[in-house]
Design a protein around this ligand. Structure first.
Ligand SMILES: NC(=O)c1ccc[n+]([C@@H]2O[C@H](COP(=O)([O-])OP(=O)(O)OC[C@H]3O[C@@H](n4cnc5c(N)ncnc54)[C@H](O)[C@@H]3O)[C@@H](O)[C@H]2O)c1
Length: 365
C-alpha cells in the first residue's frame, strides 16, 4: 500500500519524549515499555504491585531503566501526584483487570479498575490540563457480541455479557462522555481509543489464556488441558496491536482530526483459527512431533465464552495505514522461541525480546 511509505519513523515521534504507561508491569505493558525505550523515549510507569509469577517485567529487569510509580489506577490522589510530576507528552492507558474468568469471581473490582480507573485517569487529566496525546486501550470485548461471523466495526453497539466485557464497554462510555464534555473544544489533550483482541506473545503469564497454558504445561513436560477446542478467535502477536497504539499516538500528535476516534486493531480476517488449530501449530514450533500426546480435553465449561469475535480493521488501514504484518506461523514461532528460551536460558530473554521487536520493525519497513 502506497500510504505506508509516508509514515514517519516512530523514533521521530517518541525519541526524547516523556511517555506515561499505565499497566506497564503487565504483559503488553512490558513489551510497550521496552519498545518505547528502544525508540529513545523516557518511560514513566504506573501500575499496582500485583505481578504474575513469573513476571516478564521483573525477569527482564525492566524497572531499572524507567521511572516507576506504584498505585491503584482508581485512586485519584496517587494518579494525580504521579501525573503532576511527569506531565507527559504521551499517555498509554493499559492498566486493567484483564482476565475474563477473574471478572466472574471479582466483578466489582473489575468494574472499579477497568471502568472507574479509566474515568479517574481522564478526570486527573482534565484537572492538570497539559498538552498530551493519550491512547486508551479497551478491548474487542467492548462490543455487544451477537455471535456474528463478520468482523465488528467501530460504530457497532457496545455491551458485554460478562463483567470484564461490560467493564470495558463502560470504560468506553465514560471515555465518550469525558471527551464530549471536557475535551471537545480545548484540544490540549487529544485522545484515541484502541480496541484489540486476543493477543499472544512471549512473556504472558496470565491465567486462562490458551497459549500461556500450553507454555506452562510444556515447560513442565505436562499435558495442556484444552477447554473449548472449537472456539474461534482472532489471533495476533502482541507487537501488532502495540504498533497500532504507537501509530495512533503518532497520528494524533500530528493533527486533531482523529481526536475522540476509536480504532480496531486485529489480525487479517484469515487469521481466525480454532483453539485446536493454534495448539497444534504451536506444538509444531515447540518441537512436538505428535501434539495430541501433549494435550487433553477438559470437560470444565463453567463460564459463558463467546464462540466468535473478530474485528473489521479497515478504518485503521485507511486512516492510520496500519496493517497486521505477521502470518500466524511467524507469530507462533516468535511465541514458542520466547518460552523455550525462558526454559533454557532466561538470562538471554532481554536480548531475545529486543530481537523480536527489531524483527517486527523490519516487517513494518
Ligand atoms: N492480552 C490480551 O489478549 C488483551 C486483549 C484485549 C485487550 N487487552 C487489554 O490490554 C491491556 C493490557 O493487557 P495485558 O494482557 O497486558 O494485561 P495484564 O493483566 O498482563 O496487565 C495489567 C496491568 O495493569 C496493572 N493493574 C491491574 N490492576 C490495576 C490497578 N487497580 N491499578 C493499577 N494498575 C493495575 C497490572 O499491574 C499490570 O501492569 C488491558 O487493558 C487489557 O484489558 C488485552
Amino acid at each position: 500500500m502506497a500510504l505506508v511509505d509516508s509514515i514517519p519513523p516512530l523514533s521521530k515521534t517518541f525519541s526524547g519524549k516523556k511517555i506515561f504507561v499505565t499497566g506497564n508491569t503487565g504483559f503488553k505493558g512490558s513489551w510497550l515499555t521496552l519498545w518505547l525505550e528502544q525508540l529513545g523515549a523516557n518511560v514513566y510507569g504506573f501500575s499496582n504491585r500485583k505481578k504474575t509469577q513469573p513476571s516478564m517485567f521483573k525477569d527482564l529487569g525492566i524497572e531499572k531503566n524507567i521511572t516507576q510509580f506504584y498505585g491503584d489506577i482508581a485512586d485519584r490522589k496517587s494518579l494525580f501526584d504521579a501525573l503532576k510530576i511527569v506531565k507527559p507528552n504521551f499517555v498509554f492507558h493499559l492498566a486493567a483487570q484483564s482476565i475474563v474468568s477473574t471478572s466472574y469471581s471479582n466483578p466489582l473490582e473489575t468494574f472499579k479498575t477497568n471502568s472507574l480507573g479509566t474515568a479517574t485517569l481522564l478526570d486527573v487529566m482534565v484537572e492538570l490540563d497539559f498538552n498530551c496525546v493519550a491512547v486508551m486501550i479497551t478491548s474487542d470485548k467492548c462490543y455487544e457480541n451477537d455471535e456474528r461471523v463478520t468482523g465488528y466495526r467501530e460504530d457497532d453497539r457496545l455491551g458485554g455479557r460478562d463483567p470484564y466485557s461490560a467493564s470495558k464497554a463502560a470504560a468506553e462510555i465514560f471515555l465518550s462522555a469525558y471527551i464530549r464534555s471536557f475535551f471537545s473544544e480545548d484540544l490540549k489533550l487529544r485522545i484515541g481509543i484502541a480496541r484489540a483482541g486476543n493477543v499472544i506473545g512471549g512473556g504472558d503469564w496470565n491465567t486462562n489464556r490458551i497459549v500461556v497454558d500450553c507454555a506452562k504445561a510444556w515447560l513442565h513436560r505436562e499435558k495442556v488441558s484444552i477447554r473449548n477446542p472449537e472456539a474461534t478467535r482472532p489471533w495476533q502477536h502482541v507487537l501488532e496491536p502495540l504498533s497500532g497504539y504507537l501509530r495512533l499516538a503518532q497520528k494524533l500528535s500530528e493533527s486533531q482530526d482523529l481526536h475522540g476516534e476509536a480504532f480496531n486493531f486485529g489480525p487479517n480476517e484469515s487469521n481466525v483459527y480454532t483453539v485446536n488449530e493454534i495448539v497444534s501449530r504451536l506444538g509444531k514450533h515447540w518441537g512436538h512431533e505428535d501434539v495430541t500426546k501433549h494435550l487433553e480435553l477438559s470437560g470444565n465449561k463453567t463460564m459463558h465464552e463467546s464462540s466468535l469475535l473478530s474485528l473489521n480493521c479497515e478504518k485503521a488501514a485507511e486512516e492510520l495505514s496500519w496493517l497486521p504484518r505477521l502470518e500466524i506461523d511467524e507469530c507462533l514461532k516468535l511465541v514458542a522461541d520466547w518460552y523455550i528460551q525462558f526454559g533454557r536460558n532466561p538470562g538471554k530473554l532481554f536480548e531475545l525480546t529486543l530481537e523480536q521487536i527489531k524483527f517486527y520493525e523490519s516487517k513494518v519497513g
